[in-house]
Write a protein that binds this ligand. Structure first.
Ligand code: PLP
Length: 444
């Protein structure tokens, strides 16, 4: 069953209590959904670690100098995830003071924390100074703010400059970042001025970064962006005698979200292209190989995650069979944001033959709250659970409390054990920030 290949590497169909059901890491999804309620998110540690190891093996095979992996926390971050990243000796990419607070709570060592952000607030910058080993400077005004911190005696993290390569990867327009008119990064001229400013003021500049977009399958556009970054580095060597010790071409490698996109795109293809091209251009320009940093989020965490929903109502309309779920837009805005296509399996007897197409709708007051359109599914009954694979990235991290939705519980699975790492929100959580209006506003 090809749909099963979308699920975490440990996913199986096993007979429990006499009924075949989906299991992950030896844990039955039916029992987990009954015990913890739905919507429920599951993360499989073995799949996370397999993804990390594949990146590391590919870097060892193809890049002849030191290299490292940074997990992009924006894909999904929690205390447990940050602890796991630190234990794996991954660096952690944090955007802003909020993610930095999570990294600090998880005691991620400072030298493993890297900060991104296109318009960092003073609070973001102060948090970066407190918790981060590396700060990626997005623009010149930000660099001037960093310079002010340095003048006031603050110890700065290492600084990298974010270049705008002028070339995006092929992906949805909302997640392209490298194009000329992108809001991210600096032009070559601005970056040259930034290098000058850093050297003039003795700021700890030691790296360059660019990122061209997220969820791409063809790494070819990275060649031209690497050429541009290394041309820039060569020009900075000539002009100022400065060279980056670190180079990060971002993250963005894609995954398969549905069976038509299988097999999962091999990370080796991406890592090999970056490693070989970077090695070749450094050779041609007689530049020393920088330490290479890759920043994957989605390709580490997406497949490790599964969302489980309960079918509350089966409704038939003129030409559709609707399975109405207890989650959707609020925990997974990707279909509404970019028309993302997903797949699904019933948790119990997933190998039943399809009984025609089904539309999986969420409970929220938006016609766009449809998780999956027209997917062949068996004759699923009300009360059954449905599992949606490849749900680990950019779902919970972009989720909302729309219609008073409470964020789902999250379980961490390994070797037959399920550990609660984020409890389900309660109505009290929805009111935690609220203060009552004083009497005078209610009555004239
Ligand atoms: C600077 C930067 N690094 C890394 C990533 C991670 O991308 P992905 O999750 O697609 O690997 C992003 C996401 O857009 C990013 O903006």
């Amino acid at each position: 069953m090809s749909r099963l290949l979308l699920f975490p590497a440990t996913a199986r169909v096993e007979t429990r209590r006499g009924i075949p059901q989906l299991t992950i890491a030896g844990c039955g999804l039916q029992e987990l959904a009954e015990q913890y309620g739905t919507p429920l998110y599951l993360y499989d540690q073995a799949t996370l670690e397999e993804a990390v190891e594949r990146y590391r093996a590919a870097l060892r095979a193809h890049y002849p100098a030191p290299a490292g992996l940074t997990y992009a926390g924006k894909a999904y971050l929690s205390l447990a995830m940050a602890q796991w990243a630190a234990a794996q000796e991954l660096w952690l990419d944090c955007t802003g003071a909020g993610e930095l607070a999570i990294a600090a709570a998880a005691k991620v060592p400072r030298e493993q924390v890297l900060v991104h952000g296109v318009n960092k607030s003073a609070e973001d910058l102060r948090a970066a100074l407190r918790h981060a080993g590396t700060l990626v400077v997005d623009n010149l005004p930000e660099l001037h703010r960093v310079l002010e911190f340095s003048r006031s005696g603050e110890r700065l993290p290492a600084l990298w400059l974010r270049l705008r390569p002028g070339i995006a990867v092929a992906t949805h327009a909302h997640i392209q970042t490298g194009q000329e008119d992108s809001k991210f990064g600096m032009s070559r001229e601005e970056a040259a001025e930034a290098v000058h400013l850093c050297l003039e003021h003795n700021l700890p500049l030691n790296g360059l970064h660019f990122h061209q977009g997220s969820h791409f399958h063809d790494p070819a556009p990275l060649r031209a962006a690497l050429d541009g970054a290394l041309d820039f580095a060569a020009a900075m060597r000539t002009e100022y005698g400065w060279l980056p010790e670190h180079l990060s071409p971002g993250g963005g490698w894609g995954v398969a979200y549905h069976e038509a996109a299988l097999p999962h795109p091999p990370v080796e293809t991406y890592v090999q292209l970056v490693s070989e091209h970077l090695s070749a251009i450094c050779r041609e320009r007689s530049l020393p190989l920088p330490r290479l940093h890759l920043e994957p989020g989605r390709s580490i965490v997406a497949r490790a995650g599964v969302a489980v929903y309960r079918v509350g109502t089966v409704k038939r309309t003129a030409s559709r069979r609707w399975l109405l779920l207890d989650g959707g837009l609020a925990d997974n805005p990707r279909p509404a944001l970019y028309g993302a296509r997903y797949s699904a399996l019933p948790v119990i007897r997933p190998e039943r033959p399809p009984a025609g197409p089904a539309w999986l709708g969420g409970p929220y007051c938006e016609s766009g709250d449809v998780l999956i359109e027209g997917i062949p599914l068996p004759d699923v009954q009300e009360g059954e659970f449905i599992a949606v694979p490849v749900s680990g990235a950019y779902q919970l991290s972009m989720g909302s409390n729309y219609n008073g939705a409470r964020k789902p519980a999250v379980l961490w699975l390994r070797d037959g054990e399920a550990h609660l790492v984020q409890r389900r929100e309660t109505p009290d959580d929805l009111l935690r920030r609220d203060l009552p209006l004083e009497h005078k506003f209610l009555h004239r």
